[in-house]
Design a binder for this molecule. Structure first.
Ligand code: ADP
Ligand code: MG
Length: 407
């Protein structure tokens, strides 16, 4: 990007020639509509499908997070919204206007990048005011907007410093300030915290939440970090291999993951997947596994009946926190809601104890699973233990499709 002509971080809709077509939708709650967007890159004659038929309706004022592993299409989707990439198919609608043909600066969006893109020879004040100066805003307007943004970001005392005199967190705030002064209708952020160390990242997360509340503008935020997604997002869109897996509020993703990918990606330590066979038992059903037989709750039995597939193609999903030391449980692990496993490793982390378990002492590493038990547990390594299972929270996944048949 050129230093003076194009400003990559700021794109102003008010300068738009407004020649986009209106959609005729009257849904004023929608701020940004990603409508059946597909992006295919040509990589030396080979098609690379970066984004495949993604549709998301982003509400005004919402903090919407895209999360997924590296290469799943997060940046491409965001750049398509910004106008830095053109969708191969589908369209982007902002405030009811199809902006697909519009330049980035005509879309009323401001982008904050991972690498801040601050100008090192300019002071903080000059950096923040830069987008206003190149658009010839009057001096007094520039001064007041910069001071307002600096106050909001609590960097007023840094305005005359150079970026090299600032910490990573302060530089990130300056980059945010430069986006804020343009008063865009939408903020786009691509892994803005990933250059910071772990502690600062957690602190900036809280600050971003706070800043978002004060600014109140729609924000589309990209991260590969599920914990960041869960703490920041009003709703979280999980992507894998260019496809939208699930779009839901954080707690819903956690409690009702739509498929095995989401179940394994959201939550740390990850959900355990245990091979199982579903067998009839009395009027209900049992999940038979290498570590014991679990009596399935009624609603899960109903889900299996409604699903109607073969009973040997399901995988059992249990979160580590839904396993506990049977010694500490009131019912001491009653039949049908407990398992027996070999403790390979115990890791105390203060608030919990993490157990790495295997079906038997001679089981292969690939059979390992994890429990997050009470810190009072006195379970030790290298022995068999009994664990209780919180049966109402187990999931069953269709091995062929990955679909969670219990939600
Ligand atoms: P993420 O941000 O989730 O890590 P990206 O959106 O950057 O993923 O990339 C998605 C896919 O598209 C990857 O396979 C990546 O290699 C490919 N890709 C991204 N940009 C280009 C490009 N300019 N040319 C060719 N392939 C690209
Ligand atoms: Mg990326």
């Amino acid at each position: 990007m050129s230093d003076t002509k194009e400003d990559p971080t700021t794109m102003n809709r008010s300068e738009s020639d407004q020649n986009g077509m209106t959609t005729g939708r009257s849904d004023i709650d929608t701020n940004v509509l990603i409508d059946n967007v597909t992006k295919i890159y040509d990589e030396g004659g080979e098609d690379v499908v970066a984004v495949e038929d993604v549709s998301i309706d982003i509400r005004r004022g919402e903090f919407l997070v895209f999360v997924g592993p590296s290469g799943c299409g997060k940046t491409t989707t965001l750049r398509t919204v910004a106008g830095l990439e053109e969708a191969t198919e589908g369209r982007i609608v902002i405030d009811g206007v199809d902006v697909s043909g519009l330049e980035p600066r005509q879309r009323g969006v401001a982008m904050v990048f991972q690498n801040y893109a601050l100008y090192p020879h300019m002071t903080v004040r000059e950096n923040i005011s830069f987008p206003l100066r190149i658009r010839k805003f009057p001096d007094d307007e520039i001064v007041s907007r910069v001071e307002e943004a600096a106050e909001l970001l609590e960097i007023s005392e840094l305005l005359d410093r150079k970026p090299s005199d600032l910490s990573g967190g302060q530089q990130q705030r300056v980059a945010l300030g430069r986006a804020i002064v343009r008063e865009p209708s939408v903020f786009l952020m691509d892994e803005p915290l990933s250059n910071l160390d772990a502690k600062l990242r957690v602190q900036m997360r809280t600050e971003l939440n706070d800043i978002h509340k004060r600014v109140g503008k729609t924000t589309i935020y990209v991260t590969h970090d599920q914990a960041e997604a869960m703490t920041l997002g009003d709703r979280v869109a999980v992507l894998n291999k260019g496809k939208l897996q699930q779009l839901a509020p954080p707690q819903e993703l956690y409690d009702q993951p739509a498929n095995k990918f989401v179940a394994g990606f959201i939550g740390e330590p990850a959900m355990n997947f245990i091979p199982t066979e579903i067998v009839p038992s009395g009027s209900g059903m049992d999940a038979r596994t290498d570590v014991g037989t679990i009596e399935l709750p009624e609603d899960i039995v109903t889900a299996v009946e409604n699903w109607g597939g073969s009973h040997d193609q399901l995988t059992l999903g249990i979160r580590p926190e839904d396993l506990n030391d049977a010694e500490l449980s009131e019912d001491q692990g009653s039949a049908g809601s407990s398992m027996e496993a070999f403790v390979h490793l115990v890791e105390p982390v203060g608030s919990d104890r993490f157990l790495t378990l295997r079906p038997d002492s001679d089981s292969h590493e690939s059979m390992e699973f994890t429990a997050r038990v009470d810190p009072d547990s006195d379970i030790t390594q290298d022995r068999m233990v009994e664990l209780t299972i919180n049966r109402k929270n187990v999931h069953l996944f269709d091995e062929r499709t990955g679909e969670n048949i219990t939600v």
